[in-house]
Design a binder for this molecule. Sequence first.
Ligand code: MYR
Length: 131
Amino acid sequence: TFNGTWKVIRNENYEKFMEEMGINMVKRKLAAHDNLKITIEQNGDTFHVKEGSNFRTLEIDFTMGVNFDYSLADGTELSGTWTLEGDVLKGNFKRKDNGKQLLTTRIVQGDELIQSYNYEGVDAKRIFKRC
Ligand code: MYR
């Protein structure tokens, strides 16, 4: 279900979320239009994700339930896990700089992939369509 290439088509409350994350206004404006594209390849418990945006391209491998490190485009470092619960990918990450939790989920609904984010009580979504 998650497999394929997805491009972001809209955001919900993402600027507020980034503000809560401490990202300055100039970066927020750029990040809201980052043309994020992700390619997901799932093989059982392991995932290979290619990420491309106006900021960078990178590739990550992770296994369900196994801790890994990930850096945001602004350099903020996270560490945590993805787990699959039913049809929902649940990400439980922590910022390394302040120990605060960042929760995220991915779900495929129809022809959309919806990624939700929660940080310090602020929720946001990014909605992707297949390329
Ligand atoms: C992946 O599966 O794409 C790699 C791991 C993603 C980790 C968590 C993503 C949280 C992204 C938060 C964006 C915050 C921007 C302020």
